[in-house]
Write a protein that binds this ligand. Sequence first.
Ligand code: ATP
Length: 237
Amino acid sequence: MSHPVIELEQLCFGWKPNQNLLHIEAFSVAAGERVFLRGPSGSGKTTLLNLITGIHTPVSGKVTLTGTDITGRSGAWRDRFRADHIGLIFQQFNLLPYLSVLDNVLLPCRFSGVRRQKACERYGSPEAAALALLSELGIDGLLQQPVTDLSIGQQQRVAAARALIGSPEILIADEPTSSLDSDTRSAFIELLISECDQNNTALLFVSHDNQLASHFCRIVALDEINSAGQAVGESQA
Ligand SMILES: Nc1ncnc2c1ncn2[C@@H]1O[C@H](COP(=O)(O)OP(=O)(O)OP(=O)(O)O)[C@@H](O)[C@H]1O
């Protein structure tokens, strides 16, 4: 079994005092593993991803990424760590509209020396890495286009290239296929998985769409690992 790149221990989080939304005793994702995380709307999937990436801090418990405990570190430290080790793809892609396709993809290499170095080691330069990724994703003809001129499917592939550049150990995708039709959706997931396999990147993928689950090594229902909801239910019963 590969070493874990995401480890949660006794993780508790709530938006209000004494009301836990999440209580996860233990959860881990191994290097290169592909995990599909599902759960009903409002169950806490995005909140959990934000705890894993250090955007939120837990009330208690521990988050360890690539062997480093990120709990208790400053916001600036967590921002730096995230930029170095995690690729993120959001539901709305979060591309910068005033930048070209190429400049959007290069952003992680501007923020992270680690990502820039890895891109250089593998491809010679960040620009060559961006070009190679965009070519594999089938959109290398659009390099200088403003992202606002792209279709939804093209924007999503730009977001994927941006998340993958500089080979982060962890890729987190939050409902990245919700604006796509079913053919484009499957093609996109296959591309994403192929890119992750080449780099041994762990993929934690959140979706409502159970049809996508067959692409993944492991399917996790949030309710199975989260005991906070059960505790609330028991106390209310
Ligand atoms: N910033 C916030 N302040 C207070 N409550 C919040 C905040 N963000 C989310 N919540 C609440 O936390 C709960 C979980 O929200 P979250 O977005 O994590 O769920 P989700 O499973 O990702 O939902 P969806 O599948 O609809 O995206 C919801 O009840 C939501 O209203």
